[in-house]
Structures are given as structure tokens and as C-alpha cells.
Design a protein around this ligand. Sequence first.
Ligand SMILES: Cc1ncc(C[n+]2csc(CCOP(=O)(O)OP(=O)(O)O)c2C)c(N)n1
Ligand SMILES: [Mg+2]
Length: 231
Amino acid sequence: MTGQTGDLSKFAPHATVVQIDIDPASISRNVPVAIPIVETRRRCSRNLLPHLRKPDHAAWVAETDEWKRTHPLESSREMAGCRLQRSIRSIAAAFPDAIISTEVGQNQMWTAQYFTFRQSRSFLTSGGLGTMGYGFPAAIGAQLGNPGRRVIDIAGDGSIQMNIQELATAVSEGVPVIVAISTTLSWHGPPMAGGLPESTLTPACAWSATRDARLTALSHRKTARRTRRIS
Ligand SMILES: Cc1ncc(C[n+]2csc(CCOP(=O)(O)OP(=O)(O)O)c2C)c(N)n1
Ligand SMILES: [Mg+2]
């Protein structure tokens, strides 16, 4: 709740807000909460988990199934010019059992849609208040925890720069993660005065922005070579 909540007076108007925080000073700091709980996460989870009921999502799943039917992903012919999406499909074909992390942006959205995951608990992505720079350290952690699996960070050319210094960690620790960096021409940024030109919001423009996406895979070995060359 300390992040971007927009107009606070309109924040979740019908919700009963429960805030769990170890710091009493943070309770109701931004949004008035109905139920404050000052507790450590561990103790709180331990006490709350036994009371959770398994939710029934059948209606929601049926609704999303209907959306998938009425708005399917574009056919491969339609995405012929879209190299980023095709590259993600290629990565999925080459490494179908990989653990995938992403950064934030198109790299994340297209990966979520075009990487066909065969195993659960294999997708690490910073949803919600998504944080650029998440994917690479997440990949390093996943690789350390799963030495037998291929781990790939599908990154954007912007986000990778947030934690690119961790290449040194990957090399010095011998962590063989792959980083696939997509180079896009799309525009991101805070809202411009007067809003974005309408054309940049159209799907046609999104396609043309990704037409020029190029994907570069930096393997650990190449990275090590480069690092040696630099040092
Ligand atoms: C730390 C941080 N700063 C800013 C943002 C806002 N933001 C979301 S996506 C994005 C651009 C990401 O660019 P890139 O990594 O190249 O991804 P692409 O969309 O090109 O795949 C920005 C600035 C953010 N989510 N996190
Ligand atoms: Mg980019």
C-alpha cells in the first residue's frame, strides 16, 4: 500500500482492508485499514493459514476460458513479423522445461502469453507492482536452488540494466543462467502532458514496435569471455 495507489479516496472503496505489518507506524499510513495486524510475516502466516478455505474459482476460470475462445492468441501467420513473440516460442521449443524469469514490460507480457509452460512453479515474474531488474537476480537464485535445470531470464533492454552488475555475481559464482535480451523500439515512460498520441496505443502500433525486436542470448560462457576481455 505504500506504492502507487492513485487517488487514495477511491482506493478499493468496497474492500475491507486488512494490513499486516511488523511496523506499527506503518498501519493506516496511506489508507485507513479496518483490521490492523502488527505481526511478523512468519507468525502471521502460521496462524492464518489453517483458517483459509480453498476458494472455488470455477466461475472465474469458465469466464477466462470464454475469453480465450473469443480472443485467441494470434496465429503464427499473423505474428510472422513479430520477432519477439516468435523468439519466445523458439526459446520454449528449445528449453521446454526451463525455469523462466522475466523483467517488466513487453518481455514479461509476451513471455506470459507465448511461453508454453509444461511444469508448474517454473515462472518467476514481478507482477502487480512490477519491478524492472527483478528477473536477473531471480534467475540467479532459481539456478542456485535448481542446479539441474536450465534457467533463463527473458529480459528487456531497459530492465536488464537495473541489475546488470549481477553478471559479475553469475560469473564469479559459476551460475550458468541465460539472459535473453529483447531490443525494442517501443516507447515507455510516465504519461506525457495531454496523453500519448492515440496511435501509440493501437494494437497495430504495438505490433510494429515489436517487429524490430531482436533477441540476444548471452550465455554464461560468452559473458565470462567478455568479462575476461574487459578486466
Ligand atoms: C524499477 C522500475 N522503474 C520503472 C518502472 C516502470 N516501467 C515498467 S516497464 C518499463 C520499461 C521496460 O523496458 P524494457 O525492460 O526494455 O522492457 P520491454 O517493454 O521493452 O520489453 C518501465 C520504465 C518499473 N516497473 N520498475
Ligand atoms: Mg525494451
